[in-house]
Design a binder for this molecule. Structure first.
Ligand SMILES: [Zn+2]
Length: 485
């Protein structure tokens, strides 16, 4: 419901809390920045899973290791594909899929499917009434039930049922700047990330198939190679280059154009604002060029759930999903992006502001969600009146002041882009945290439902439209983004 601030309640402060939302708007506060906690989430060991691609459903299931073999639940595997039921009687396990009856025995390799014997590569298992089958047998087993072919890439645990998957072709345009168009036979939605010398596309839900067994080399001085790999249910396409790359979708997500990130243009061009308000872009070293770092902050998290949007839906989950989409949209536009949390973790407001300040981000964007109203609200800081804070705390409290003119430009750009995308949107100022505490241009965007009501808040399409508009707006003011020293 609120931005909790357990650490800094050193004296009572007047505050105002919006009824339907989650802001705590305080007119004065103290903050002691004793420790800067840098956020590092150690990646958890990835669980094994299998991805299944069929014309009727795309899904993933956990893979279990038993006696050195990999297994999957047979009922769970068939459930999304047809009508299925099972029955466990002691060591026997019966399954019916559409009109096919099958009977299995725990610990045995031989089963009976539709009246005929079937031999597994490893014993069938029963655990808690679940029937488990070895992955190594799926290519032979599934056609017995489905009546169509199955193509299981066993080492990568990717199972293609019936259809042939999404084909990829490459088209290099070597004119200046060099561009590599990746054409897909169906729309795709990869997660795109960059690292020095490489742009990576991870396909978690798209049934893309290998364009060949060898990496493809290009006779080009910028974009040098494309290589495909697949592992643990996912496929990955890596584009190697000698310059930082960016990617743009076109053709209804059937084409991704990869090109070098254009060099930054000098600040102040084409704008009417005071150039003093537009410091040079804050950059981070990335590859052998410089990109603006955007810090995206999914508000709330952990014990601090944010607003209860419905009985089941809490704000912290909506802000995280929205933040991930925004990260993607910004990355495809050439920004480096840091999410302040990429899981259900607790962060204080001080930690959020400190993380953005330490990173010397070019822009800080906080994301909230609300069940009432429609469209979106964009907030910039309303700084406390001079004199309400004293001494050493003053600088921190008013950290936002020098960047505020640019923050307002960013806010206006977001309003303009969201209006183009037909979001009802309003801009306002509020004395809210942690916007006041960050040195760089900073805005908060609060997403409200659209025409489809509360369901919009979890709609990937709706969030995507909003994220795309915000990212377009950030691009339009890229030259003005900078961290204050
Ligand atoms: Zn909130």
């Amino acid at each position: 419901m609120r931005w909790s601030n357990k650490n800094s309640a050193q004296y009572p402060v007047p505050s105002f809390q919006r009824k339907a939302g989650c802001w705590v708007l305080s007119t004065g506060y103290w903050v002691l920045l004793a420790t800067v906690t840098l956020l590092s989430a150690a990646p958890a060991a990835e669980e094994k899973h299998i991805s299944v691609y069929s014309p009727v459903a795309i899904y993933t299931l956990p893979v279990l290791d038993r006696s050195g073999r990999e297994y999957v639940g047979l009922l769970e595997l068939l459930e999304p594909l047809g009508r299925v039921s099972s029955q466990s009687e002691g060591q026997r396990w019966k399954l019916r899929y559409n009109a096919v009856d099958a009977e299995f025995v725990a610990g045995k390799t031989r089963a009976k499917i539709h009246g005929r014997n079937f031999d597994f590569a490893a014993p069938f298992l029963i655990e808690n009434s679940r029937g488990l089958v070895p992955l190594a047998s799926l290519n032979a087993l599934l056609p017995r039930f489905l009546g169509t072919s199955a193509n299981f890439h066993e080492s990568a645990r990717r199972l293609f049922v019936g259809d042939g998957g999404i084909q990829i072709s490459f088209q290099l345009d070597a004119s200046n700047p060099s561009r590599l168009a990746l054409n897909f036979s169906a729309p795709v939605n990869p997660t795109i990330s960059t690292e020095p010398g490489k742009l990576r596309m991870a396909f978690k839900r798209d049934p893309v198939v290998s364009p060949g067994s060898q990496p493809i080399s290009f006779a080009n001085k910028v974009i040098t190679q494309a290589s495909y790999s697949e592992d643990n249910g996912d496929a990955e396409l890596d584009i190697a280059a000698n310059e930082p790359l960016m990617a743009n979708f076109s053709n209804d997500r059937r084409t991704i154009v990869v090109s070098a990130v254009p060099p930054a243009t000098p600040p102040g061009i084409g704008g009417t604002q005071n150039p003093a308000a537009a410091p040079p872009a804050a950059t981070i070293a990335s590859g052998n060029s410089h990109r603006v770092l955007a810090v995206v902050d999914p508000a709330h998290g952990g014990d601090e759930r944010g607003a209860a949007l419905t009985d089941q839906l809490v704000e912290k989950d909506v802000t995280l999903g929205f933040a991930r989409l925004l990260r993607h949209e910004l990355e495809t536009r050439g920004f480096a992006v840091t999410l302040l949390r990429d899981g259900d973790t607790s962060l204080t407001l001080d930690q959020r502001a400190a993380a953005a300040n330490v990173a010397r981000a070019g822009i800080y964007i906080s994301l909230h969600a609300v069940s009432q109203g429609s469209g979106a609200r964009v907030y910039t800081a309303l700084l406390p009146v001079e004199g309400t804070n004293k001494g050493a705390f003053h600088a921190w409290n008013a950290a936002q002041a020098p960047a505020l003119p640019v923050s307002r430009i960013v806010s206006a750009a977001i309003v303009a882009e969201m209006q183009k995308s037909e979001f009802p949107v309003h801009a306002s100022s509020a004395s809210l945290r942690p916007l006041n505490d960050v040195f760089m241009p900073a805005v908060a965007v609060e997403l409200a439902p659209g025409e489809d009501g509360i369901a919009d808040l979890t709609s990937a399409n709706y969030q995507q439209r909003a994220a795309s508009a915000i990212a377009d707006a950030i691009v339009s003011v890229r030259d003005r983004l900078g961290a204050q020293q």
